[in-house]
Write a protein that binds this ligand. Structure first.
Ligand SMILES: NC(=O)c1ccc[n+]([C@@H]2O[C@H](COP(=O)([O-])OP(=O)(O)OC[C@H]3O[C@@H](n4cnc5c(N)ncnc54)[C@H](O)[C@@H]3O)[C@@H](O)[C@H]2O)c1
Length: 362
């Protein structure tokens, strides 16, 4: 059932975009990320338009509509939005712990769905998503592991795939934030919200499967305002089935900016992300570069490109896979994160044990 239609500031998007067939998108979750994606689709995706929104906080749904001057329906439940035949595709950008039910619903009715990462909050819930897709015999879920679409990571993947630095031996990654992103971000979020991106990239880049994770805490940063509720910096040590090793540092109170780095060491060379892709300034006896303040500007191009791919797949009636993360990839990242949380709470090196990969994803 629909609750309201916000039509006071009608923006006839289809006419404005000059496209005859548009993909009608329904949004579940209109917080910071959801509203950023609504704006992205409205401003940048020529073949899609947001026609409906749902958020448990009505004000957030209304704000998404008002900010973008949309002619869109506000639903009173996620189920109503998903079931509406006017909604061709669904984007889930709600809190991590409420992705599962709408995912199972969209799979059941075969509606293409983009879900923000993490796909769910643990491996067992994510396995339910995989099983649901397998039962339908079709992949309809794309998971928002946007780093795969970053031009820097994309080039690294091509280098590695072409064998230009030989088989990978090691990786060193940095995932730093100036401050924690939400008031409820705590110790476990460092893994489930932050390092889970790194786990996905490692799974994407390396040939071997991830077989174990060990987490270590560094000394607490005295500038961390959250105290014991946010224990960090954290260091992940990741092992692969072929003996390769990777480390990923999370430091979410680094104060100075949003800083992402990755160095891959192969048998015959090294490839690293560009340090920062901003102009070099020479001034007052110094050389400097600006650093991004947060994920939404550092990865702006990656977010745009992941949605371009989502809609291109729908237009071509193509299932996700390859570059875009599937439900299987979402499951793998969750299982690695589960092991990392186990190590964080109980110490030691924790094995990563995956269920057999269903043929649908091979
Ligand atoms: N890919 C990335 O780089 C990236 C960056 C930030 C956030 N995210 C992900 O995006 C998602 C949203 O994060 P955020 O930063 O916008 O958080 P947020 O707290 O700003 O927004 C969450 C929104 O979900 C809504 N919500 C809660 N329960 C709901 C329910 N049952 N149904 C519908 N809406 C519900 C809340 O009211 C809120 O508006 C999370 O999964 C997060 O991990 C991804």
């Amino acid at each position: 059932m629909t609750a309201a239609r916000a039509s006071s500031t009608i923006n006839h998007q289809q006419v404005n975009k000059g496209v005859s067939t548009m993909i009608n998108v329904g949004f579940i979750g209109c917080g910071a990320m959801g509203r950023d994606h609504v704006r992205r689709i409205t401003d940048k995706c020529g073949n899609a338009q947001v026609v409906g929104v749902y958020d448990t906080v009505l004000g957030n749904a209304k704000q998404a509509i008002e900010d973008n001057r949309l002619d869109a329906t506000i639903y009173d439940s996620a189920d109503a939005l998903i079931d509406d035949p006017n909604v061709d595709a669904v984007v889930i950008a709600s809190r991590n712990d409420v992705h599962l039910d709408p995912l199972l619903h969209t799979i059941a009715i075969g509606k293409p769905t983009f879900t923000e990462k993490p796909m769910t909050i643990n491996g067992s819930d994510s396995w339910k998503v995989v099983e649901a897709e397998v039962a339908k015999g079709r992949k309809t879920i794309q998971v928002g592991f946007n780093w795969r679409f970053d031009p820097g990571y994309d080039a690294m993947k091509t280098f590695v795939g072409d064998g230009q630095i030989g088989s990978l031996l090691m990786a060193g990654m940095r995932h730093y934030n100036a401050q924690a992103s939400t008031s409820y971000y705590g110790t476990d979020n460092v893994i489930n919200d932050t390092l889970i991106h790194n786990f996905d990239v490692l799974h994407y880049m390396f040939d071997g499967d991830i077989t174990s994770v060990e987490m270590k805490f560094a000394r607490m940063n005295t500038l961390n305002p959250n105290g014991e509720s946010l224990r960090e910096p954290q260091l992940a040590i990741v092992e692969f089935s072929d003996g390769a090793l990777a480390t990923a540092e999370a430091n979410v109170n680094c104060q100075y900016g949003y800083d992402i780095q990755c160095r891959l060491v192969g048998e015959s060379g090294i490839i690293s992300l560009p340090d920062v892709a901003t102009p070099e300034v020479r001034k007052a006896g110094q050389i400097s570069h600006a650093i991004s303040s947060a994920w939404f500007d550092r990865f702006i191009e990656a977010y745009d490109r992941e949605f371009d791919r989502f809609f291109a797949n729908i237009e071509a009636d193509r299932q996700p896979g390859g570059k875009e993360a599937t439900a299987w990839d979402g499951y793998v990242a969750n299982v690695v994160a589960d092991a990392a949380l186990d190590s964080l709470h109980h110490g030691g090196r924790i094995p990563v044990t995956l269920n057999e990969q269903p043929a649908l994803y091979r």
